[in-house]
Design a protein around this ligand. Structure first.
Ligand SMILES: NC(=O)c1ccc[n+]([C@@H]2O[C@H](COP(=O)([O-])OP(=O)(O)OC[C@H]3O[C@@H](n4cnc5c(N)ncnc54)[C@H](O)[C@@H]3O)[C@@H](O)[C@H]2O)c1
Length: 262
């Protein structure tokens, strides 16, 4: 349990947390969507730091043999009750909680809006945005009383630009950005920060599921001329969840190879 709010007071407390101090090995992290892609890389990066990591993912998820998650807990983020239970179990197993990173998300079909059913739209919003809210609420329940915490959601550049033929996905990620800004202001003096990362295309199974033609379109939008890597996202998240990142909340960090211009 922390004894000070390192966001409010830039000194290091008894637990080693301080806004200017080194990363503390005593930190405990939940990574949602940890079996694959960015979530797996973020879990690995935080475990490398010496943090205790609980990985949450669908009960049907296939965990890689080398998964860095010390605990694996099933969750369906589209079900708020499931999120509450899974977060609660994670806190119990970790013995506390400082960090929550939400990487759960689906792309859904890449198709014109007129061909997208209301059910498909609702499903994508339910997982990407409803899930992000459920994770936020459950995380705050545990972090606010301690007066310290870091919440990060993986949004997308699609939420800023609006990718064509991805209306539901783009809307869901715009929603995540709006939610992060709102909750960031609401909790600004609490010691808990909440931020988003908005990547352009990153080499993950999510991108591998696109047609080669669509992948080429996505790549051509990036001035660096390549997709990002999961390690690049993990390195950015590593900073955002650190005690050092104490004066930034309600913000969207871009990782876009030069694509984002605002
Ligand atoms: N890959 C990209 O180019 C890219 C770009 C921008 C944003 N994103 C976002 O980054 C996040 C991570 O994506 P990724 O590329 O690593 O994809 P991924 O498919 O490798 O990982 C997504 C994870 O979410 C989990 N998940 C899906 N539905 C879930 C549910 N209902 N409950 C719990 N877990 C669920 C999956 O099992 C999987 O482990 C997603 O939110 C995605 O929208 C990805």
């Amino acid at each position: 349990m922390l004894t000070a709010n390192p966001n409010a007071n830039p000194t290091t407390d008894d637990a080693g947390h301080g806004s200017t101090g080194p990363h503390s090995a005593s930190q405990r992290a939940v990574v949602v969507g940890a079996s694959s892609g960015m979530g797996a890389a973020i879990a690995a990066r935080l475990a490398d730091r010496g943090y205790a990591v609980a990985g949450l993912d669908l009960v049907t998820a296939t965990w890689p043999e080398d998964s860095a998650a010390h605990h694996r807990i099933p969750v369906d983020v589209s079900d708020a009750g499931s999120v509450d239970r899974a977060l609660g179990e994670a806190v119990e197993r970790l013995g506390g909680l400082e960090i929550v990173v939400n990487c759960a998300g689906i792309l859904g079909p890449v198709a014109p809006a007129v061909e997208t059913s209301q059910e498909t739209f609702a499903k994508i919003i339910g997982i990407n945005l409803g899930g992000a809210f459920a994770v936020t609420r459950a995380a705050l329940t545990h972090l606010l009383p301690a007066g310290y915490g870091r919440i990060v959601h993986i949004a997308s550049i699609a939420g800023k630009e609006g990718n064509p033929q991805m209306a539901a996905y783009s809307a869901s990620k715009a929603g995540v950005i709006g939610m992060v800004k709102s909750v960031g202001r609401e909790t600004a003096s609490s010691g808990v920060t909440i931020n988003a990362v908005a990547p352009a295309s990153i080499e993950t199974p999510l991108i591998a599921g696109m047609t080669a033609e669509r992948q080429q379109v996505q790549r051509s939008l990036i001035p660096m001329g390549r997709f990002g890597t999961v390690q690049e996202i993990a390195a950015l998240v590593d900073y955002i969840v650190s005690p050092d990142a104490s004066f930034t909340t309600g913000f969207v960090f871009d990782a876009s190879g030069g694509r984002t211009t605002y």
